[in-house]
Design a protein around this ligand. Structure first.
Ligand code: ATP
Length: 449
């Protein structure tokens, strides 16, 4: 078994062009990350597969792409202005700030489930100082900004801390344009911003990240059944990108720890190198959000059903963080082994998410006839399989290692035999086995999505 550490993942991700620290040449900016060419392809593959499974392959789902900045009133109605906060404590010695629920396990809470004070001593992980029981301050995690040329209370708004808000404010638009039958869902993929107190663990806790969220609207009596269906379908998505059900642990969130409006929440956790932590969540949010937006906007957000009259639908929310999924996919794929007596590191990506589906090489780069034939094969494959790479640098063994390290499932080599019988060598990433395949069958073999 390979021991997968964060150091190994972070270093490979940077070295091979997946993920870089944000603003790196200026010393970085904590909680912000930039995607390089391969990380971007990986991320796009994950988002596209999610969109295809949950939106395009269904008849009951409506996609939206709402603005990141919304009217301040929308965030007041959803409860974010008053309550989207984390409890913060400060070390008495080094003044470093931490999340209270990350330093102590016993708290006093108010009726909304907010931590007011810690009951236990805690040791500062930065300077080692012993801190006594502590007072907690609430820190609102929304990034504030101003809309227009004046900077005052009336022009204040926020970068969205979750994509769900943009879905609820478009509920009426979807009803009016499409007249969907209940149950139906709305889906959105997009950026979310949280001014996290302590961003950490690579992209796991970032200040700018992406979410893939669904609000699935149901009749109140159907919520339990729908919750179960979404639980299975969410796990089905993870499986389709190579993260097995067996590596995911369900944490039934207790009533004290749930958001006050939620009647049931499951945190789906994953064993990251830094501990078992939330990968994605599933929540039954009742009719809380639409009711609040209706009351605050004065616009009716009810659904009219023949025989039943008008009512506000209830909602099930599967919420996925793209970065945490990327991290789980990288960790699951990261493998060290020996192949042909040589140690290697490779990413055993499920081909569906692999940023490069195949690499094409001429056996020798100083033989024009091989290069020309390889270019021909490469160009023709690239038309229908765009995630394909050309490599003629160094010897074949080195090229294989480079492709292994970025998780390319197959390498295609054009050699002298190709010029005679139009077959190429296809080498498999995981086993290193090679077979001869006719050029005409290549596309079929490497096309996965
Ligand atoms: P945590 O308790 O770890 O802060 P959360 O319960 O606040 O997470 P949710 O509000 O449920 O998270 O957000 C839904 C999903 O968005 C999470 O399951 C996670 O995948 C992702 N997510 C939330 N915060 C971050 C973050 N700071 N960086 C990256 N992904 C995040």
């Amino acid at each position: 078994m390979t021991e997968v550490t964060m150091e190994k993942i972070v270093s490979l991700a940077k070295r091979r062009g997946f993920i870089y620290p944000g603003s790196e040449i200026y010393g970085g900016l904590s909680g912000f990350w930039d995607y390089g060419p391969l990380g971007l392809e990986l991320k796009n593959n994950i988002k596209n597969l999610w969109w295809r499974m949950f939106v395009q392959e269904r008849d009951d789902m409506y996609g939206v792409d709402a603005a990141i900045i919304m009217q301040k009133k929308a965030w007041e109605a959803s409860g974010h202005v008053a309550g989207f906060s984390d409890p913060v404590v400060e070390c008495k010695k080094c003044k470093r700030r931490f999340r209270a629920d990350h330093v102590s396990i016993k708290y006093q809470k108010n009726e909304l489930g907010k931590i007011l004070a810690g009951k236990e001593k805690w040791v500062c992980e930065n300077c080692g100082a012993d801190n006594e029981k502590f007072e907690v301050r609430q820190f609102n995690m929304m990034f504030k900004t101003y809309v227009g040329p004046t900077e005052d209370e009336s022009s204040t708004s926020y970068l969205r801390p979750e994509t769900a808000g943009g879905i609820f404010v478009n509920f009426k638009n979807i009803i009016d344009s499409f007249h969907p039958k209940l149950p139906f869902g709305m889906a959105q993929i997009g950026k979310a911003f949280r001014n996290e107190i302590a961003p950490r663990d690579f992209v796991f806790r970032a200040r700018e990240f992406e979410q893939m969220e669904i609000e699935y609207f149901v009749r109140e009596k159907e919520w339990k059944e729908s919750f179960e269906i979404w639980r299975e379908q969410s796990l089905g998505f993870l499986k389709s990108i190579g993260v097995e059900k067996s590596s995911i642990h369900e944490l039934e969130v207790s009533p004290e720890d749930r958001a006050h409006y939620s009647k049931r929440t499951i945190d789906f956790e994953f064993d990251f190198p830094f501990g078992r932590k939330e990968l994605f969540g599933l929540a039954y949010r009742t009719d809380f959000d639409l009711s609040r937006h209706e009351a605050s906007s004065g616009v009716e957000l009810k659904y009219l059903e023949e025989g039943e009259g008008k009512f506000i639908p209830h909602v099930i929310e599967p919420s996925f963080g793209v970065e945490r999924i990327i991290l789980a996919v990288l960790q699951t794929a990261y493998t060290e082994d020996t192949l042909g007596k040589e140690a290697r590191t490779y990413l055993k990506f499920n081909p569906a998410v692999a940023p490069v589906k195949a690499a094409v090489f001429p056996l020798l780069k100083n033989k024009p006839e091989l290069v020309a034939k390889a270019r021909e094969v490469y160009t023709s494959l690239k038309k229908n399989v765009p995630q394909i790479m050309w490599d003629d640098n160094g010897n074949i063994g080195k090229r294989y290692r480079r492709q292994d390290e970025i998780g390319t499932p197959v390498c295609i080599t054009i050699d002298f035999q190709t010029l005679e019988d139009d077959t190429v060598t296809v080498r498999d990433r995981d086993t290193g086995k090679q077979e001869r395949v006719s050029v005409s069958e290549l596309e079929q073999q490497i096309k996965v999505n």
